[in-house]
Structure formats: structure tokens, C-alpha cells
Write a protein that binds this ligand. Structure first.
Ligand SMILES: Cc1ncc(COP(=O)(O)O)c(C=O)c1O
Length: 346
């Protein structure tokens, strides 16, 4: 494993991780083919493995979480449809309005408690063209994010996930999980991935977040759904050739970086407690369920970022009074101990 300690403490995101030595070796040694021609064995292995873990028929390896969500939205909807999702979901806030530009869809935004939507609110947000004298768009897709990024890394309970999927189905909607960090939810809740996503039509899983791979996501669903998604991937320019070199990083991550996420969660909690006992900061401890700590500050958030940066600690400010810390593969117990000393100087 490379020594990342000289880089300071980088809490900006779990996306900043670099491939560890074993992962680099797996990438270099991967058996590859031309995946656009369908003969890259490592890509096929990764797609099948993630699909199986989810209890679904098929998978599609794509370049990013944003591309995976965009392909899922495009495959599930028709122009003029409406997508139901949490008001601060990644799909709505951070994907460049792809739902509108690429899919021609509107979004019905749902309130949530720390990112978790109430099933009844989801039901109330689904509008149908039929019976509206043509007034309404057609609500055709419900999207859930688990864990919820802007919710603070929070996890859905299984009951709520099941209830939302049921409501979607009863109302003629497909259901999609943005599972960029779904393995964090698996580790936190102890629920198997296949059980967690059982009732959903598609799931997008990122390899480049807590799993520590440099690139890639896998979209899973039925064979019929994935064959239609495959065409959209092509049209979005996402067909990749000897992609087995990067798919190998995903396979390595699934073998080596899932169980260890419990350490990220433990360290996030320790950091949250340190912040919460500081005069300038406060944390809603209920939100600290996985590898994220969103904290409020009574001084300017950009000033907080600057002050920590002076001690080699990097983090993001999200709004004038709120910052975010994320733990990941390169954050160690020693980093947490150092942070405990640094925070005293702020
Ligand atoms: C919840 C969630 N979904 C999707 C994405 C998109 O992933 P990418 O940055 O790989 O496009 C992210 C990125 O952080 C995310 O947090």
C-alpha cells in the first residue's frame, strides 16, 4: 500500500482515493478484450458479479455515477415524463440537469428527513397524465438515494425502501436506486445487498467512492432493461474498449474494500464527536450513520475551510454555515488523532 500520510488529511470526498498497489497490479494484469464488441472478459465478470450481488439479471459497466444515473433515467422514461425524487438528491442537485437536457423530464421534488423520503410523500408527488385532462406530466420513475449524500450519509430502513418501491409499482412507476454508496448502507445496516434492492427495477453502484477504485460504476437491472440501457450507453459515448483494465479495479475493490468500510464509519463518528464538542461547530449526530459528517458552524464556513487548510486538513464548505467531512480508504486512526489536536487550534 502506498504511503498517503504525506498528503495531509484529505476529507473532501471518498472520490479522492488512489488505487492501492494490489489494485494497480490487478489492473495491469487484467485479461482484456474489446468491450464494445462484447469480448472483454473482465468487464463481463464485473457486470455479472455486481448483478448477482444485487439479485438482478444483468449489469452494465459505465464510466461514472452520473452516467449510470443518466442512462437509468433515459432508459426508464419518455420525454415529457416526471421523475420523483428527494429535493436535494444528487440526481437533482449535482448532475447538470441531465434529467431535463438528456431525458426531457421534469422533476417532482419530495421533502425528506435527513435525505430519507417518507413513502406517503412519494405517493403524493406522483402525478399521472391519465385522468388529469392532460394537465399533468406523467410520473413514471421514483428515484431513491442510499446512502443519501446531502442527507449526511444516512441510510434508508428496509421497511421504507420496500414501501417506496411498492408505491412506485402500484402507481405505474419504475423505481431506481442511486446507490453510489450502497455498500456503506449494506455495512451499516447488515442487510444483504440483494435483499436491500430486491423490489427496485434498477440500481447504480459506484466503484469510485468508498470502494476506492479510480473509475467506474455498474448499473444493474433485468436483462431487458440492461439491453435497452446498453444502447443509451453507446449513444452517450460510453462504450469503452479495453475497459477490463479499469473493471479489474472494481473486482479488486469488491474483494478487498467492502468490509473495511466499517472503519470509515467508526472514524466518521469519532470526528463528529470531536466537532460536536467544539465551541464553533455542531453536528446532528443522528445523521452520522456512515462515512460522512455534515457540520454546522457559527463562523463562516469558508473561513473554517481555510483555517483547517493551514494545518493540512482539506474539506468542503457547502453553504455559508455548513461544511462536510468524508472518511475513506486513506483516512487512518492516526489521521483522526491528528485531527483531534488540530481542531483545538481552530
Ligand atoms: C449520491 C451520488 N450519486 C451519484 C454521484 C455521481 O458520481 P460521479 O461523480 O462518479 O459521476 C455521486 C458523486 O459523488 C453521488 O454522491
Amino acid at each position: 500500500m502506498r504511503d498517503f500520510s504525506t498528503d495531509g488529511i484529505d476529507f473532501r470526498s471518498d472520490t479522492i482515493t488512489q488505487a492501492v498497489d494490489g489494485m494497480r497490479q490487478a489492473m495491469a494484469n487484467a485479461a482484456v478484450g474489446d468491450d464494445v464488441l462484447g469480448d472483454d472478459p473482465t468487464v463481463t465478470e464485473l457486470e455479472q458479479r455486481v448483478a448477482k450481488l444485487c439479485g438482478k439479471e444483468a449489469g452494465l459497466f459505465v464510466a461514472s455515477g452520473t452516467m449510470s444515473n443518466a442512462i437509468a433515467l433515459k432508459t426508464h422514461t419518455q420525454p415529457g415524463d416526471e421523475i420523483v425524487t428527494w429535493k436535494e438528491s444528487h440526481i437533482y442537485v449535482y448532475e447538470g440537469g441531465g434529467y431535463a437536457a438528456l431525458c426531457g423530464c421534469s422533476v417532482a421534488l419530495v421533502d425528506g428527513n435527513r435525505g430519507i423520503m417518507n413513502p406517503q410523500d412519494v405517493k403524493n408527488a406522483i402525478r399521472k397524465t391519465a385522468g388529469s385532462q392532460g394537465h399533468y406530466p406523467n410520473g413514471s420513475l421514483v428515484c431513491v438515494e442510499n446512502t443519501s449524500n446531502r442527507g449526511g450519509g444516512t441510510c434508508y430502513s428496509q421497511d421504507t425502501l420496500d414501501e417506496i418501491a411498492k408505491i412506485a409499482k402500484e402507481n405505474g412507476c419504475k423505481s431506481h436506486i442511486d446507490g453510489a454508496r450502497i455498500f456503506n448502507a449494506v455495512i451499516k445496516t447488515g442487510t444483504s445487498l440483494s435483499r436491500m434492492v430486491r423490489d427496485y427495477d434498477s440500481i447504480s453502484i459506484c466503484l469510485s467512492k468508498g470502494l476506492g477504485a479510480p473509475i467506474g460504476s455498474v448499473l444493474v437491472g433485468s436483462s431487458e432493461f440492461i439491453s435497452r440501457a446498453h444502447k443509451w450507453r453507446k449513444m452517450f459515448g460510453g462504450g469503452m474498449r479495453q475497459a477490463g483494465h479499469i473493471a479489474a479495479a472494481g473486482l479488486f475493490a469488491l474483494d478487498n474494500h467492502v468490509q473495511r468500510m466499517a472503519e470509515d464509519h467508526k472514524r466518521a463518528r469519532q470526528i463528529a464527536e470531536l466537532l460536536n464538542s467544539h465551541e464553533h461547530f455542531s453536528v446532528d449526530m443522528e445523521t452520522v450513520e456512515s462515512n460522512m459528517v455534515y457540520f454546522s458552524t457559527n463562523i463562516s464556513a469558508s473561513e473554517v475551510v481555510e483555517k483547517f487548510a493551514q494545518y493540512g486538513v482539506k474539506m468542503f464548505d457547502l453553504d455559508p454555515r455548513r461544511c462536510r467531512i468524508v472518511t475513506h480508504l486513506h483516512i487512518t486512526d492516526e489521521d483522526v488523532e491528528n485531527f483531534a489536536e488540530i481542531i483545538k487550534k481552530i
